[in-house]
Ligand binder design. Sequence first.
Ligand SMILES: *[C@@H]1O[C@H](CO)[C@@H](O)[C@H](O)[C@H]1NC(C)=O
Ligand SMILES: *[C@@H]1O[C@H](CO)[C@@H](O)[C@H](O)[C@H]1NC(C)=O
Length: 481
Amino acid sequence: MRFSTAALGAMTVLSGLAAAIDVIEIQDRHFVNSKTGKPFFLKGVDYQPGGSAAVEKGGDPLSDVETCTRDIFLFQKLGINTIRVYSVDPTADHDACMTLLAAAGIYLVLDVNSPLEHQHLNNQEPWTTYTPMYLEHIFGVIEVFSGYDNMLAFLAGNEVIFDSGSAEASPNYVKAVVRDMKAYITNHVHRIIPVGYSNADDLKFRTSLAHYLECGDTGYIDFFGVNSYQWCGDNTFEGSGYDKLVEDYADYSLPVFFTEYGCNEVRPRVWQEVGSLYSEDMTGVFSGGLVYEFSEEPNKYGIVEIDGDTANIMGEYDTLVTAFDKVPKDVSVPSNVNIVDRPVDCAAESSFKNINGNLTLPFTLGQEYIDDGVDKKTFVKGKFLSLDDLTLEVKLDINDSDGKAITDKTIEATSSVTQSEIPEGGHGTNTGGGVGTGGVTSTSSGSSSSETGLSNSASSVSRGVVGWSVAAVMVGFAAFL
Ligand SMILES: *[C@@H]1O[C@H](CO)[C@@H](O)[C@H](O)[C@H]1NC(C)=O
Ligand SMILES: *[C@@H]1O[C@H](CO)[C@@H](O)[C@H](O)[C@H]1NC(C)=O
């Protein structure tokens, strides 16, 4: 979010202090900075170097400090405020990378699943994979990452529903996973962190699934992510069909943003869609988006080629910098935005086109973890480190798009990183984690009140660790162009 960092950057010069990164929350159908109240539009990239192949080998883009330092430098040069990561190992240590991201003013959207066994749903037969072990993994991810103030939002699933088999078998399991994540957050996380879903680009069910996941008193999402590849090459708001896309969500109650965009049918990409995305054509309905993707992989959507430890900037990175540069610093929500109440009663099950709108959710298999939390020794709550203990200087090689080595490469700390004490226990508000049905009627107490904690542990908010605060060290940020 450039508006706050830009403004605070100026202040920094005077005081020698940058403001800490502010928590982002949801208000109506937009994200806002909880401190300043300003709207927050996601401007970012998807980041999973090596893809699922790297995950199989135990890779995690936020646990290797040398490579994340290199890439955070490149994120900052790109001018972004958010990255999305698809898979992490919650038993690894992410403190250094998350601290550096926060220092650079960058937030994280994180998928809780991974391609590894017991870490995702089989979308044709979800009942075979919806297990205590699976839930322990996703709760572990939440436990670890909820410690960081730049933890923007969790994604319960990515394109789980994408064909007729998954559309028949999986909708109520996705909702159950959302419910369970929210129950865990209610009981064990000190603040509300939004939970959403990232949808496949398929006209058959993109709106029916959006409405299915939006409604009810239990297991409803907080925002809807859209993966869209429909603006290809030289095109327009109307020609690309973006106008229809916006129309489809005009009456939606929740924030919507692109969890993936960047059609590669015509390369090099010219990023015209960026202009529309942050203009009044879209800002009433869409909260920005994330370009797919940072690293060049076999499917050829990258803007940076990673060769061993070296990052080679591609031409599309440079043109994306130019496109992002043109985005106004202060993107605002249009005054005529259509605020819609979230439907607490779901429509009839049969009304969700092309999906099984089953509103009866499977009973949770994670109650033990929801009550007592996951093992805190295996899943250690993340915390920011002192910037004094980290180096902001990139050690690995980066070549510009002409193949010339960049020599001056240091992350600029635009936000100070302050680790305040994290209260023990959860925030205690039921935001849809109650055990009940997904919709029409519910008799369970957990789902009827919006203010009740789900278990005793939610109310035992006690003061734990003593917080500390360190001012950012301001370091020169050399341009390399
Ligand atoms: C709805 O989901 C529940 C829980 O998984 C299951 O028992 C029931 O058979 C499902 N009904 C339909 C029509 O799919
Ligand atoms: C990157 O730069 C190094 C020199 O720092 C050079 O040896 C290498 O060939 C470059 N790589 C590419 C792909 O241009």
